[in-house]
Every structure is written in C-alpha cells, then in structure tokens.
Design a protein around this ligand. Structure first.
Ligand code: HEM
Length: 340
C-alpha cells in the first residue's frame, strides 16, 4: 500500500522535472540553423551582402533587374550622386566663373590693337554657322536641364515649390532626352567640318609659350596662328572628345540595360555627369572669349565676317594664306568659298 502511494507520487514529479528541463533546453536548440527566426544571424542582410556582394532574389515580372535589392556599388554610386558630384560641379563651374571674372577685371577686354580697318573678310560660311549654333543651342539646353538633375532639388525646388519643380523637371527630362540627338549630330558635323584646321601645326609651341598674348595688357603680343589658334584647338578637341564621351554614355542611359548591366549603367552615369560638368565649365570660358572677352570675336559666328585687322592680329598665317589664294587681294567677304 505504501509502496503503491510513493510510486503514484513519483511519476508526476519526474514528469514535471523532465518537462521543465525540456522547456528550457528545446527552444534554444530548436532555433539554431532553422532560419525561421527573422532576427537570427543566418538571415542578417549585412551578412548576405558581405558574402554574396548582393542582396538578390527572383522576381516573376519581366524586369529581372528588380530582383536585385542591394549591392555595394549601388551605395557607392548613391554617395557620389548625392555627395561628390554636386561638389565637383560647383567647384568647376563656380571656379571657372571666378577665374574669368578675375581675368576680366585684371586684364580687361582683349582689344584690336590696330583698330578697325573697315575691310571685312569671310571667316565662317552659313553652313558652318548653322552647325555651330545648332550644337551650341543644343548644348546650352542640355547643360541647363542636366544641371537641374544635379542641383534642381536643392536649389530650385525651395524657390518655386515642389509642384512647379515637378512640372519643370518632367519637361526638362524630355528636353534632355530629345535635344541630345541634335547635340550628337552637331558633334559629328563639327568634327568632320573642322578637324583639318585643328591638327597641331608649327605655330602651336610659340602660341602656348606667350600664352596667346592673353596676358599682355598692352594688347601688343600677337603670336601667329592658322585658322584656329592653339587655345581654340583645345576647345575644339574638348568639344569633340567630351561630346563623344557624353554621347556614348548618354546612349547607355537613353536605352537602360540594353548595352550594360546595373554596374555598367552606374559607370555610364559617372562618366556622363563628370564629363558634363567639366564641359560646361570649358564652354563658359569659350562663351566668355567669344563675347565679352575679345573685341570683334563674336562677329565671326554672328555675321560670319571679321575685320581684316582683327584677323591679322589673331590669325595672321590664315590671312596670308587667304590673300595668297586671292592673288594678294583681300578675299571678298561674300565669297562662296569659306576660309580654310
Ligand atoms: C552663346 C554661346 C556661344 C558663343 C557666343 C560662341 C561663339 C563662338 C565664336 C565667336 C566662335 C568663332 C571664334 C573665331 O572666330 O575664331 C566660336 C567657335 C567655336 N565654337 Fe562657339 N560659341 C558658343 C557656344 C558654343 C558651344 C555650346 C559649343 C559646343 C558645345 C561651341 C563650340 C565651338 C567650337 C568647337 C568652335 C571652333 C573652335 C573655337 O573657335 O574655339 N560653341 N564660337
């Protein structure tokens, strides 16, 4: 009887102890390695990223790229886009404006030392002017709309409000995408039209040595030059090579993922944005010298003709060649043949 009662008492106690130990031990071991706990180390996003370099899955929609959630290069690009790029842009563009302002106030306008002769000579024919102004207009639209991508949200949106900024940005984006074709065509025509006049020649070394006479405040230094002087050749090659880099990287962006994967797309963005802001700074210098910086220069692209004295001071070797062609006479300013 006594034995029976101890036995009856023992079994519930043993069962309770076994259960208590089980409750303590089983949950701890059951969690390990199953991956069912979303906060467990096995599914830590950072660990996946470190091991696979990407957080990637499978999607059933046609755009397979949507399956890549995260990748380190994406964050590098974002850092560049939001951090370094606005600084690079601001330093190049504002830096160039400051240098030009300083140059203008210290050096002043580059004058035609001999004054106007009253005789005019054809410098660029209608076809050349059309090509120049097509490329120039396209570039200026691309520059303004491109800068909107970089600075618009920071600088323009606080001024005009989010709704007006959104409407403007949609139009700016379309303008950028469509006007790009006119620019690409312009770059090709510019290259074909002027490449021979922009090859190095025997005047370049001396022109560079005397800085083109740009720093002589008495306006007396006039190094000889052919149709384009060395400074203009540098502008030409910046436009052609920069234009090609912008065009190729721009085509990658116009047709996303057609020629490159996501990393290729990011490379195209780096190239496009960096070359774009540098080229804007270069073109600001070009516009300065073609308008405010040098007396008589604008006429070359405006009416197409320049004063003979201006041509002799800035492009003496070219004038001599033109005069030799016209038997020593001044070539008529309405000549059908453009200056070579
Ligand atoms: C308002 C804007 C612009 C003005 C006033 C302007 C003015 C001029 C002038 C006056 C010339 C002839 C210089 C000479 O007689 O030797 C010229 C040439 C040239 N322009 Fe422009 N331009 C402008 C914009 C542009 C743009 C945006 C580009 C290209 C993206 C460009 C590319 C060129 C090239 C490649 C040349 C020949 C090389 C040179 O003279 O530097 N121009 N421009």
């Amino acid at each position: 009887m006594r034995i029976w009662s101890v036995g009856r008492l023992f079994s519930p106690v043993v069962a309770a102890i076994i259960l208590a130990i089980g409750l303590l031990v089983v949950p701890a071991t059951a969690q390990e390695g199953t991956g069912s706990n979303p906060t467990a180390q096995a599914v830590n996003e950072q660990q996946l990223l470190n091991e696979l370099n990407k957080v990637q899955g499978r999607v059933s929609i046609p755009d397979r790229n949507a399956g890549t959630l995260q990748q380190p290069q994406g964050r590098d690009y974002q850092g560049f886009r939001e951090g370094a790029l606005p600084w690079i842009g601001a330093i190049f563009i504002i830096g160039m404006l400051l240098v030009l302002a300083l140059f203008y106030f210290v050096r002043g306008r580059i004058r035609t030392q001999a004054g106007e002769s009253g005789v005019r000579i054809l410098r660029f024919n209608a076809m050349e002017r059309l090509a120049h102004w097509t490329t120039a207009t396209a570039f200026i639209i691309l520059a303004i709309t491109g800068l909107n991508f970089i600075f618009g949200k920071r600088l323009l949106m606080p001024l005009i409000g989010p709704e007006a900024f959104s409407t403007w940005s949609i139009w700016a984006k379309y303008a950028h995408d469509f006007v790009a074709w006119a620019f690409m065509l312009g770059v090709i025509v510019t290259l074909v039209m002027w490449v021979w006049d922009n090859l190095p020649d025997r005047y370049d070394a001396n022109w560079l040595k005397v800085g083109g006479g740009f720093f002589d405040r008495s306006n007396r230094t006039h190094p000889p030059a052919g149709r384009f002087n060395t400074g203009q050749k540098l502008i030409f090659w910046a436009v052609v090579l920069g234009g090609i880099a912008l065009s190729v990287s721009g085509l990658f962006l116009l047709f996303p993922f057609s020629f490159a994967d996501v990393n290729g797309m990011q490379t195209a963005q780096y190239v496009h944005a960096t070359v774009g802001v540098i080229m804007i700074a270069v073109i600001i210098a070009h516009i300065y010298i073609g308008t405010l910086g040098m007396e008589g220069a604008y006429d070359a692209m405006g009416s197409g003709t320049v004063d003979l004295n201006w041509a002799k001071e800035h492009h003496s070797a070219w004038v001599e060649k033109q005069q030799a062609k016209a038997d020593g006479r001044v070539p008529p300013d309405n000549a059908a043949e453009p200056a070579e």
